[in-house]
Write a protein that binds this ligand. Structure first.
Ligand SMILES: [Zn+2]
Length: 157
């Protein structure tokens, strides 16, 4: 699927399922969202794990979408870290329930996977959360800041 189309669909799903923390999406334009959203899981996660989760649980993509934006905005604090991972589980449950009837085994499977992924993030995600975001938006901002700093140095000489 086209990347912009995918982001647009995720935005709609977040709204449709009334996911917790979805207001964060509105702060960014489509291009920024494309750069920030990198599939499922933070960059610090091993590639095989990200791929496995993406393939097994496409319905959790919208949950990861919000989670990724929160990690992009990370303040590096423990409290927000735990809140973000808890929200992954809560939102995962919402999606599981909205997309599947209560008697469907899939509902319980998606719930189980959401809880598992939240747990993995809490256990292994700290390094990613507490280190600077490396998405294109953040890289560009860092370059610009460095440029401004260099210009200021020149003008002071
Ligand atoms: Zn970023």
């Amino acid at each position: 699927m086209n990347r912009l189309k995918e982001i647009k669909q995720l935005k709609e799903l977040a709204e449709k399922y009334r996911l917790d923390g979805r207001e964060i999406i509105e702060k960014y334009n489509m291009q920024e969202l494309c750069s920030i959203y990198n599939g499922i899981g933070p960059d610090a996660f091993p590639e095989w794990l990200r791929k496995g989760i993406s393939a097994l649980n496409p319905s959790l993509a919208v949950v990861a979408f919000i989670h990724d934006i929160e990690w992009h905005e990370s303040d590096g604090g423990m409290e927000a870290f735990t809140a973000s991972n808890d929200r992954f589980r809560t939102n995962g449950f919402k999606v599981a329930d909205a997309e599947n009837a209560w008697w469907s085994p899939r509902r319980w499977m998606v719930r189980h996977q959401a809880a598992k992924f939240a747990r993995l993030c809490q256990k292994f995600g700290w390094r990613g959360w507490s280190s600077p975001c490396k998405c294109a938006v953040c890289r560009k901002k860092a370059e610009k800041d460095a440029e401004i700093a260099a210009e200021q140095q020149v003008s002071q000489q």
